[in-house]
Design a protein around this ligand. Structure first.
Ligand SMILES: NC(=O)C1=CN([C@@H]2O[C@H](COP(=O)(O)OP(=O)(O)OC[C@H]3O[C@@H](n4cnc5c(N)ncnc54)[C@H](O)[C@@H]3O)[C@@H](O)[C@H]2O)C=CC1
Ligand SMILES: C[N+](C)(C)CC(=O)CC(=O)[O-]
Length: 485
């Protein structure tokens, strides 16, 4: 049943700070072995804390379990760090001379065919490639904090970067749930940081001029356009803002305002000690009651909730999660029964009692019924062709508490699958095999055009008959047919 990974690949991360730690967690939790090189004596502790945060959030994005975690090792020399690596990520401080030195050291020991990504926020790949013995191997792979949750990687090749290696590199990034966005023309600060810098500059001016505090600026973002941007970005949002006349009307109406003195554009306020102290004080007033790790966990829980909402429509990052989820292998069988769900419980499913809310037991059993439908051939194609099953009755027995982060597997037993009726029994099990809940479910086969019950198609009926032969030999569950009381 477990999604073991017999041949883990190796990623090497050079520089394990805020961003390097995020890369470590992203690869590790997707089943890669990861080796780290970082001279900071605290690196192991800091990375450990980032991984802990990642463990409680990344698996919660998916309705299937991630592969078994890889093995993490720390190294004192570059040769052993990068040996046999399939991906190398440089995440050292943003200083060009230091990055040149580190990249030269990496290239002296790295496999020649392994792409080396740099997390640089602003340097162009051609700058990183200066003095390189093998420039074709170097590319910018710019991530977003937290790297273990946010999918975007700006992949910026220069003219000297090996195009085939970039294609292969993008495949690797996709395989760990990331969304590579290849930037077609190198430019300082790539795409996203140019946009972020423009907003950041304006924010600094608003504080400098006493127009707004850091809290008020953050409120202006998070209660309004910040919510829009995660699902439609800038241009699609403005297309809608143009009403039925669309983008041309929008530009006609608001384009001229760009020439009015609304913004400070390229000017940057002098970051004097006074301004820096004012910003830091306002930031302390705003968020100083929480530690950075607490803020990270709050951010991660919110991100998981929002990204799970996007998953439903497949918009933006939700589409990337769906694609990655489809590539995750799980299922198999336990005690001769198919495993129809194998997943981790997200924080957002817990309630005021500190455990998974009762409603989500039914959600999990619905996922198990969906998977069982796929197994018998009542899959997406079958439904598009006009038939499906509707649930008409559920009986849940809550046996054990389930909490955030628990890994739950569900086995599904066919009780009866004849004619229009599909009678299932789901067992929700903890990782140690203990039953946490059972859900008995009755579904009816329905013609989606008439919305009336109907007999299932031939392939579904045949598959059900075959499964029935196997499941009829198993003992009937003791909770079957149980009524309250
Ligand atoms: N912090 C952020 O929000 C983002 C940062 N980046 C980029 O990621 C890179 C790293 O930034 P952060 O993680 O924020 O910095 P950081 O200061 O948190 O981490 C840098 C790490 O590099 C290590 N280091 C120093 N010298 C080294 C050497 N010679 N060899 C190996 N490791 C060495 C340090 O000990 C430290 O752990 C930068 O290029 C930055 O532009 C990219 C996206 C976002
Ligand atoms: C501030 N920053 C330029 C380092 C930010 C980034 O590069 C991306 C991010 O995560 O915001």
């Amino acid at each position: 049943m477990s999604s073991t990974n017999p041949n883990p690949k190796k990623a090497a991360v050079v520089g394990g700070g805020v961003i390097g730690g995020g890369w470590v967690a992203r690869f590790l939790l997707n089943g890669w072995n990861v080796s780290v090189f970082d001279p900071d004596p605290q690196a192991e502790r800091k990375i450990g804390e980032v991984i802990e945060n990642a463990r409680r959030s990344l698996p919660a994005l998916y309705d299937r379990a991630l592969p078994e975690e890889g093995i993490l090792t720390f190294h004192n020399d570059m040769a052993s760090t990068v040996a046999d690596a399939a991906w190398i990520q440089e995440s050292a401080p943003e200083q060009l001379a230091l990055k040149h030195k580190i990249l030269a050291d990496i290239q002296a020991h790295a496999p020649k065919d392994c792409l080396i990504g740099s997390s640089t926020s602003g340097f162009k790949p051609s700058e990183l490639q200066e003095e390189s013995i093998n420039p074709g191997q170097i590319v910018v792979a710019h991530p977003f904090n937290p790297v273990y949750l946010l999918p975007l990687i700006e992949v910026v090749p220069s003219k000297a970067t090996d195009a085939a290696a970039v294609d292969a590199g993008c495949e690797i990034l996709r395989s760990v749930g990331l969304k590579p966005l290849v930037v077609r023309k190198e430019i300082d600060a790539h795409i996203a940081d140019r946009l972020l810098e423009a907003v950041w500059r304006e924010g600094l001016w608003l504080v400098h001029d006493g127009v707004a505090t850091t809290q008020e600026i953050d409120d202006a973002i998070r209660f309004g356009f910040g919510l829009r941007w995660a699902q439609m970005g800038l241009f699609e949002t403005y297309r809608i803002a143009g009403g039925e006349a669309g983008m041309e009307h929008f530009i006609g109406q608001f384009g001229p305002a760009l020439k009015w003195p609304w913004t400070k554009l390229m000017d940057v306020p002098e970051l004097t000690p006074e301004l820096t102290a004012r910003i830091a004080q306002q930031s302390d007033d705003q968020s100083g009651h929480m530690t950075i790790r607490e803020l990270e966990r709050l951010r991660d829980d919110n991100l998981v909730g929002m990204m799970r909402a996007l998953k439903k429509s497949g918009s933006g990052a939700g589409g990337t999660i769906n694609d990655h989820e489809a590539s995750l292998q799980n299922h198999g069988s336990i005690d001769h029964l198919p495993v129809t769900v194998d997943r981790q419980i997200p924080q957002s499913w817990t309630d005021y009692n500190g455990h998974m809310n009762e409603a989500h037991y039914v959600e999990i059993s619905a996922q198990a019924s969906d998977r069982f439908m796929e197994l018998i051939g009542a899959d997406a194609e079958y439904i598009t062709a006009g038939s499906s099953y509707f649930t008409v009755e559920n009986h849940v027995c809550y046996v054990q508490e389930i909490t955030a982060g628990d890994r739950i597997s569900v086995t599904t037993q066919l009780i009866k699958g004849e004619g229009k009726k599909l009678h299932l029994f789901h067992r929700l099990m903890m990782i140690d095999g203990q039953v946490a809940a059972t859900v008995e479910t009755m579904l009816l086969h329905v013609d989606l055009k008439t919305r009336r019950t109907s007999e299932p198609g031939g392939i579904v009926a045949t598959n059900l008959a075959e499964i029935a032969v196997l499941h009829d030999r198993l003992a009937k569950p003791e909770q079957l047919g149980r009524a309250i009381g």
